[in-house]
Ligand binder design. Structure first.
Ligand SMILES: Cc1cc2nc3c(=O)[nH]c(=O)nc-3n(C[C@H](O)[C@H](O)[C@H](O)COP(=O)(O)OP(=O)(O)OC[C@H]3O[C@@H](n4cnc5c(N)ncnc54)[C@H](O)[C@@H]3O)c2cc1C
Length: 408
């Protein structure tokens, strides 16, 4: 197990600076344009692929970094560059983590490389769990997967919503109900390979923020996938369902469902995204406060402004520490006994919302216009308290974990 350290080593610093360079030189100058276009910034994903920043190798290296700092450092720098473009670059990772969390070694080796494609033919992937009537309440999921034993195929039907990269992805990872009696314990995840008939994109959403990231419905109409596309395999699923039925009978211990395993692993990463956006807005506000003159002096000369900046920076640093701790724990197999993953996501996402709002305030009228980036950062920050479990759901997880009481 790696010792926990607050110090990046020389290699990590070099990687951080390299990502920062891409964020500053390629992402930042393009951020406003892609936000207005509300389209996936394919040329920027391709640029990232060319230099190896959008690649399975790079993410695997960061994901398995034993210090736990590889992923949060990467996320913070990319989202410092621009949240919408960054989500287009890292959205594939959520699907990849879905396969890593639930798949066999063979499935991991087969599907994750296809999710990224290569620099000459870049692909993205999508993770589809949410449905119109099943957001926070994952147990209400209706998308059904039925096993056709004669053909060793699964047949998927249903509608997914709010899927990042949904419909434009090559590989889709779809969570579906295999045993409706078991609620969220009767779910399983499936690979839907590129070009599978019956999968189509529904509505593409026009959004408040992260507008360069594609978010859409995914419709599954008699989608047939081979038995080998069930993540983890049939034997493991049958064993898991049998255990869940036993426990349901005896009212015993709760089991994690497939989607939750994905979300738990990725929550600190979302916290790191939020830290990146918050830091970006804070830096703009600090510079502005030092140069903007009112009443014959820079506005930072007023405690009312300077103290806000002090609070912003303090919260950002605290958020980063919580994210780093949770990432280190996750990578080193330490259980989140006090819901540290959820705590980090809750605190960092609320920090991003608060800090970006303060940045808009410090820039005054300019902060309210699209002439300055804090307006976009403020819109972008609103997503962090919503996706991968809202702030209220994080508080539920934390409160239940700490108390052992099934708080509603
Ligand atoms: C831009 C974007 C990208 C997304 N990407 C993906 C993706 O790639 N894949 C995917 O599967 N999903 C994705 N999502 C979906 C996202 O995870 C859900 O929006 C989120 O889980 C919340 O679900 P909901 O929108 O249905 O809200 P609801 O569950 O309807 O919640 C509405 C409000 O009620 C509150 N609430 C609900 N239940 C409780 C409770 N028990 N106690 C207290 N408060 C409660 C919530 O906190 C929230 O404030 C994405 C969403 C967005 C907006």
């Amino acid at each position: 197990m790696a010792e926990f350290s607050f110090e990046l080593d020389d290699d990590q610093k070099a990687v951080r600076d390299w990502i920062h360079g891409f964020a500053a030189d390629v992402m930042r100058p393009a951020a406003a344009e892609w936000d207005e276009r509300e389209e996936t910034p394919w040329p920027i994903i391709q640029e990232a692929a060319k230099i190896g920043l959008y690649s399975l190798d790079f993410y695997a290296q960061q994901y398995f970094d034993p210090t736990g700092l590889g992923i949060p450092m990467t996320m913070e720098e990319l989202f410092w560059g621009d949240a919408g473009i960054a989500l287009s670059i890292v959205g594939t990772g959520l699907a990849a983590v879905g396969v890593l969390a639930n798949g066999t070694e063979e499935q991991i080796g087969t599907w994750i490389p296809q999710m990224y494609g290569d620099a000459a033919d870049v692909k993205v992937a999508a993770f589809c769990s949410s449905e119109p009537d099943a957001g926070s309440d994952v147990g209400s999921m209706r998308t059904r997967a039925v096993y056709d034993e004669a053909k060793d195929e699964w047949v998927l039907n249903g509608t997914k919503t709010w899927a990042t990269n949904g419909g434009i992805a090559g590989v889709h990872v779809v969570v579906a109900v295999v045993d409706p009696e078991l609620g969220s314990k009767g779910h399983a995840s499936f690979i839907v390979p590129p070009g599978t008939p019956g999968l189509s994109q529904g509505q593409k959403f026009k959004k408040h923020g992260i507008r360069a990231s594609h978010t859409a419905e995914v419709v599954l109409d008699q989608v047939r996938v081979p038995g080998s596309c069930l993540l983890g395999g049939k034997e493991k699923l049958d064993e898991r369902l049998a255990r869940a039925r036993e426990r349901a009978k005896s009212g015993g211990e709760r089991l994690k469902n497939a989607a939750m395993a994905t979300f738990e692993a990725s929550r600190p990463a979302v916290g790191a995204m939020a830290v990146g956006t918050a830091r970006a807005a804070y830096e703009v506000a600090l510079d502005y406060a030092k140069t903007r003159q009112q009443f014959g002096r820079p506005i930072i000369d007023n405690q009312g402004v300077a103290f806000q900046l002090a609070d912003m920076r303090t919260r950002i640093d605290a958020a980063r520490l919580m994210v780093w701790r949770a990432s280190w724990m996750a990578v080193n197999g330490r259980p989140f006994e006090s819901a540290e993953g959820s705590m980090s996501k809750l605190f960092a996402s609320e920090t991003a919302k608060q800090v970006t709002a303060q940045a808009v305030q410090i820039l005054g009228g300019n902060g309210f216009t699209r002439e300055y980036p804090v307006e976009r950062m403020h819109r972008d920050a609103a997503i962090y308290t919503i996706f991968e479990g809202t702030s209220e759901i994080q508080r539920l997880v934390i409160a239940r974990t700490l108390s052992g009481v099934p708080i509603r």
